[in-house]
Design a protein around this ligand. Structure first.
Ligand code: HEM
Ligand code: HEM
Length: 171
């Protein structure tokens, strides 16, 4: 029990890590809100260019975040966490990175094919299905991630707090 108290204040993500994490939540929500509802919308060249630029920035930001997090940060799961739980958390984190990259890359391919005039047919339809499948997978993974975060909120082991914006120092 004593140990948990110590662990509570031991680990905290840096401000940059939190900006990456929460900035990304906003960016992803924005991407979803701007989603293409129908392929014919891409007839609008301004929208097509916007989507492509957004997807490129999304990838850039995601890669920068991944490199930063891998090089400088560690999970705040307490050391005595069961291996299976550590594995699950890691799998969900990696899964979200892979899913997000896949959304953006498949979106870029759709955009390029459309620009090249391949506006219908089996090829673009397959990539759209892949794009939609990636979106659904990320929704599921974010759902699992949220359940995990809330679980730690109630377990009160410091994991939730480690990623939350903080305005005061822990004692
Ligand atoms: C689009 C939504 C979200 C995505 C894609 C996402 C992704 C991630 C990823 C990949 C990590 C691992 C650290 C990293 O590489 O940055 C992480 C950590 C974390 N996230 Fe999220 N997250 C999302 C939303 C949320 C929300 C809504 C909460 C809380 C309500 C939350 C709470 C946490 C916490 C507490 C950690 C630290 C876990 C640990 O130390 O092992 N996340 N998130
Ligand atoms: C990171 C960037 C992107 C995000 C977050 C995103 C998000 C989404 C979402 C949430 C959907 C709806 C999926 C569903 O209903 O299951 C969607 C569908 C679609 N997106 Fe994207 N997208 C991105 C990039 C792109 C790009 C760059 C293009 C092409 C220029 C594109 C073209 C499409 C098309 C054609 C559909 C299917 C519309 C239909 O149902 O006919 N997306 N996207």
């Amino acid at each position: 029990m004593e140990k948990t108290e110590i662990e509570k204040t031991k680990q905290n993500y840096t401000v940059s890590a939190k900006i990456f994490h929460w900035g990304f939540v906003i960016l992803f929500a924005y991407g979803i809100s701007k989603q293409v509802d129908n392929i014919n919308q891409l007839e609008d060249l301004a929208l097509l260019k916007f989507e492509i630029t957004f997807a490129l920035l999304f990838i850039l930001f995601l890669v920068a975040r991944f490199v930063y997090m891998k090089r400088t940060q560690k999970s705040s799961l307490p050391p005595n966490t069961p291996r299976a739980q550590k594995f699950l958390a890691k799998a969900v984190h990696y899964g979200m990175y892979v899913g997000m990259i896949t959304i953006a890359v498949s979106g870029l391919i759709i955009g390029c094919l459309y620009w090249l005039g391949l506006k219908s047919g089996i090829l673009i339809e397959t990539i759209i299905s892949w794009h939609e499948f990636s979106v659904s997978s990320v929704y599921w993974l974010v759902g699992l991630h949220l359940i995990g975060a809330i679980y730690h909120r109630f377990k009160n082991d410091g994991v939730w707090e480690s990623m939350m914006p903080t305005f005061k120092r822990g004692k």
